[in-house]
Design a protein around this ligand. Structure first.
Ligand SMILES: [Zn+2]
Length: 287
């Protein structure tokens, strides 16, 4: 069972939860595609945000493809998406619908209700309301879900808490990797356990990078390949002495950009708005 596929096709309307990017004209877009969702019924065509476009014509959605409108099945599944802190929408899905452990993919979808972060500018709120006259707007996300309860499907994962300890372990592991790439090469070679650790870690990171590059199927994989590749360059940097700092630059730059982006979101009235020109498309695809 996949996160958004694996079930038998479902009949009837399924209500799910999802998030959108907002553009400055008030239109809602998926996070990973330019396929605008409009007021009322939206009908998906096969142009998945990532993945294989060479498949022949097929029904949308299809188990073997990534197309269709996406919606999370539970609050907990949706909460893993950081963008949910800014925009939440209850959507009804119908037509051909397949479900997985996290939510559904559907042929048709409609936005029923919208909640926006209090930091959303009032002018933008008015434009969004103008674009989606049939959606109900809520100031309270819990009230929205109270009045628009999500469909409960047996294939959804039971709510799981993300243990904070696993996040701490991940951060510690990343810091240790960074530290390993800062040890001078003489010290690495002079300490057997450290040298063995460096070889193993570097080999694993190299293998992951290679797998992401060769086996990459989508934009997400390539982006991950850049990050892991930067980490690989960081790890081999000690072998090149002072010029190794050139190899550390991509990851350093990435860390600075990520930290800057994170600080930006901490501003009290921060609300992300897309200003880039959109591709014209009537048939959106989930993301
Ligand atoms: Zn498809």
């Amino acid at each position: 069972m996949g996160e958004f596929s694996g079930s038998e096709p479902l009949v009837g309307e399924i209500v799910g939860l999802r998030t959108f990017r907002v553009d400055d004209s008030g239109l809602l877009l998926p996070l990973y595609s330019g396929g605008v969702w409009y007021d009322g019924t939206n009908t998906a065509t096969c142009s998945p945000p990532t993945g294989d476009h060479r498949r022949g014509p097929h029904r949308v959605p299809e188990a073997a493809c990534e197309c269709g409108f996406y919606a999370y099945g539970t609050r907990e599944a949706a909460a893993r998406n950081r963008h949910m802190r800014y925009v939440r929408a209850v959507v009804s899905c119908w037509g051909d619908v397949v479900a997985g452990t996290q939510g559904v993919r559907a042929e048709h979808a409609r936005i029923d209700a919208i909640w926006l972060h209090p930091g959303a500018p009032s002018g933008l709120r008015r434009r969004i309301a103008g674009r989606y006259p049939s959606a109900r707007f809520y100031a309270d996300a819990d009230a929205m879900l109270g009045e628009h309860p999500l469909s409960e499907l047996s294939c959804y994962d039971r709510p799981r808490r993300v243990r904070p300890s696993s996040r701490i372990v991940a951060v510690l592991a990343f810091v240790l990797l960074l530290a390993l790439g800062l040890v001078p090469v003489e010290q690495l070679r002079g300490t057997d356990p450290l040298w063995d650790l460096w070889i193993v870690v570097t080999a694993v990171v190299a293998a992951v990078t290679a797998w992401l590059v060769v086996g990459a199927h989508g934009a997400g994989h390539l982006a991950a390949a850049f990050v892991v590749g930067g980490l690989l360059a960081w790890l081999v940097a000690p072998l090149f002495g002072l010029s190794g700092w050139l190899l550390r630059l991509p990851l350093l730059r990435g860390l600075v950009v990520a930290a800057g982006g994170y600080l930006l979101t901490l501003r009290p009235h921060y609300f992300p708005v897309v200003r880039a020109p959109r591709e014209r498309s009537f048939c959106g695809v989930g993301g």
